[in-house]
Design a protein around this ligand. Structure first.
Ligand code: ZN
Length: 284
């Protein structure tokens, strides 16, 4: 999709489609309920998009999240049914954008499907930045957790590439509410990870929100429908409905990261279903 929000041109770019286990996608929600919303494949996996956002305003070229990239091992690629090649770079090139033109890379959090595309292997099999001219930003709290190497977080983060980011670039560590560039601010939502950030674009009195994995798709609009990857599920249950209520009230455009059909929509409150998507666009 391509949409204009005041001075911003927002395009979704493909960070790579993949599949996640249905139980992981919907946490405590029983399968006999979620299977009517999202159909699992024979291995019980749900098809997930990976819509990253390219935002341009004539001064900056900002990329939010980088997908999973092109360097994971064949076994992982099969397990998650990942696309071959470098989906993000290929998707950018279809928009006529070269990696060297991106001046800001901003991460919602540092799980493999959001940070993997930020690095690639060079000819000598060393990790190199995919976007060599970009300032890379992540929340301070997320960085502390992802680089901690705590055993209880070890499987959540691809530690080798997370740690290599610090060697490859001078990371900018964001606080809650910090302006990334004019017209783009961070919003600490926690829940999915302790330092998880959503992002808000503002221009001409309009707002667009990239909620990230605190609400990865329109399947997740209900309080109790959240990923079992969430490290702080109670914070998701508290903070997500708050963010969604604000989005409904302010008529924000929501940019859904992992939704296989809805790329962008608005949301409204609903007595029975809490929130529902309206003005849905299936392509951006
Ligand atoms: Zn994700």
């Amino acid at each position: 999709m391509s949409m204009h929000l005041g001075n911003w041109q927002l395009d979704t770019v493909n960070g790579g489609w993949f599949r996640l286990d249905g139980g992981v996608m919907f946490g405590v929600v029983p399968k006999h309920i979620w299977k009517h919303v999202a159909t699992p494949d024979p291995q019980n996996r749900i098809l997930c998009a990976n819509h990253c956002v390219l935002a341009r305003d004539g001064r900056h070229t900002v990329l939010i999240d980088t997908g999973y990239g092109g360097k994971y091992a064949l076994l992982d690629r099969k397990f998650y049914d990942m696309e071959p090649g470098e989906p993000l770079v290929e998707s950018l090139s279809r928009l006529g954008v070269a990696p060297s033109e991106v001046d800001h890379v901003v991460f919602s959090h540092l799980h493999f499907d959001h940070v993997g595309g930020a690095t690639r292997q060079d000819a000598a099999q060393r990790l190199a930045l995919t976007f060599p001219n970009a300032q890379h930003s992540v929340s301070r709290i997320e960085w502390v957790a992802a680089s901690s190497q705590l055993p209880e977080l070890a499987t959540a983060y691809p530690s080798q590439e997370v740690l290599s980011l610090r060697e490859l670039t001078r990371l900018r560590l964001l606080e809650d509410g910090e302006e990334v560039v004019p017209g783009l601010t961070s919003r600490m939502t926690g829940g999915h990870t302790e330092g998880h950030l959503s992002f808000l674009f503002h221009s001409n009195g309009q707002t667009a929100c990239y909620p990230g994995d605190i609400c990865p798709s329109t399947y997740h609009l209900r309080r109790m429908w959240h990923l079992s990857y969430d490290v702080f599920p109670l914070d998701t249950r508290r903070n997500k409905p708050r963010l969604l209520a604000e989005a409904a009230e302010g008529q924000w455009w929501m940019l859904w990261n992992h939704d296989p059909t809805a790329v962008v929509s608005r949301i409204v409150q609903d007595k029975k279903r809490e929130f529902v998507a309206v003005d849905v666009s299936n392509t951006m």
